[in-house]
Design a protein around this ligand. Structure first.
Ligand SMILES: *[C@@H]1O[C@H](CO)[C@@H](O)[C@H](O)[C@H]1NC(C)=O
Ligand SMILES: *[C@@H]1O[C@H](CO)[C@@H](O)[C@H](O)[C@H]1NC(C)=O
Length: 365
């Protein structure tokens, strides 16, 4: 009872502030870093083969046109923006990202990149993570020129941040070719330790640049994506070696985040267990309204898992009943299931807390 009364008071206060200072309570800014799972179209502006700017990508997007998102419709950052009441973030390289639009935040992600600089070299011109962080710095200078240094700092400190990295360090590096340089250099367990130590530096830098609430997704079940089923699976089972990689990486990621939080003395970094979230619907597709979690909606070959999704590919008529849109990426409906767990999932999915708890906490300060 007392709790309920208290939240009414807070709600009342928020409304009063909103009325008293029109325009001052713009929605929270949102920043996105990472790979194709969260790229909103930066690669459209680059000379790279890692792109999603032609049909049938975007077939279920509001415009029904490709945007550079690796989805039939909305992707995970869009759905998080929706949840926090913000506009979708524009890609940092989008010429429309200027003036007031800057205050919504920005998306720095670039398909093909990883934790390591040598991940995704075959995609040539992509925005690797040191460059994404440099753009974040440049962004802050641009916002400071617009609203002043102090306001810009506050906007960044109050923002929500999402970072999604790691999958490509396995798929597009360690396991890209047999006897890859990294696989000759490291055993899998040693490689994971190295990745985590490099990831830690990236996150520490993000904190240094002002990020104070950062959702960090682990890797999904790498061995279960249609691309891997097509190339390495005998009978449609998830590929054990890639599953082992994800099983090593994800718990160590949580440990590392806990360590960073302890050092900082605050829950800045929040782990989203993307592997568990995805395994739920991969293991029981029917329970979640999917006809299959093995066959991609768009593609060709076994499981529609070979090559790229193009106009020449097989295309399913109803994207909502497929867990995978293309050989690597979830459909919008699968992304909605993931974001629902990010929002309200318990500690099996979110550590140390979910996004609705974060929003409740942060609205009080
Ligand atoms: C990655 O490249 C950046 C420069 O672009 C460099 O500062 C950084 O040390 C490199 N990281 C590693 C692990 O080599
Ligand atoms: C997550 O969100 C729900 C409600 O939205 C809440 O009841 C629950 O306790 C939260 N879980 C954690 C671990 O924060």
């Amino acid at each position: 009872m007392e709790g309920a009364f208290c939240s009414w008071m807070i709600l009342g206060l928020a409304v009063m502030i909103g009325v008293g200072a029109p325009g001052a309570e713009a929605a929270r800014a949102f920043f996105v870093f990472g790979d194709s799972l969260v790229d909103n179209g930066n690669n459209n502006y680059l000379a790279t083969t890692a792109r999603a700017d032609s049909p049938p990508y975007g077939i279920d997007y509001p415009s029904h046109r490709p945007t550079g998102r690796f989805s039939n419709g909305l992707n995970i950052p869009d759905l998080i923006s929706e949840a926090i009441g913000s506009e979708p973030t524009l890609p940092y390289l989008d010429p429309e990202l200027n003036g007031e639009n800057l205050l919504v935040g920005a998306n720095f992600a670039s398909a093909g990149i990883g934790i390591l600089n040598d991940t995704g070299v075959q995609f040539i011109n992509i925005i690797r993570i040191p460059q994404q962080l440099q753009f974040f710095q440049q962004y802050q200078q641009r916002v400071a020129a617009l609203v002043g240094v102090e306001q810009a700092q506050q906007l960044v400190n109050n923002a929500l941040v999402l970072i999604t990295l790691g999958g490509n360090d396995f798929v597009n590096n360690y396991y890209l070719v047999p006897f890859s340089a990294r696989s000759r250099q490291f055993s899998l367990p040693d490689y994971v330790v190295y990745l985590i130590s490099e990831y830690r530096k990236i996150l520490a830098r993000l904190y240094e640049l002002g990020a104070r609430r950062v959702l960090v997704t682990g890797t999904g079940p790498l061995g279960c994506v249609p691309a891997e089923l097509a190339q390495r699976s005998r009978n449609g089972e998830c590929v054990p070696e890639l599953q082992r990689a994800a099983a090593l990486f994800n718990p160590q990621l949580i440990q590392m985040l806990n360590g960073l939080n302890d050092e900082i003395g605050s829950d800045v970094f929040v782990a989203a267990n993307a592997q568990q979230m995805s395994l739920d619907f991969i293991n029981s597709p029917q329970r979640y309204g999917f006809v299959t979690s093995k066959v991609a909606c768009c593609g060709q070959g076994p499981y529609n898992g070979l090559g790229l999704c193009t106009v020449a590919s097989n295309l399913c008529p109803n994207r909502d009943i497929y867990a995978f849109w293309d050989p690597f990426h979830p459909s919008e409906r699968a992304s909605r299931l993931i974001v629902r767990q990010i929002l309200t999932g318990d500690t099996k999915y979110m550590n140390p807390m979910n996004l609705s708890t974060i929003m409740a906490l942060d609205s009080r300060t």
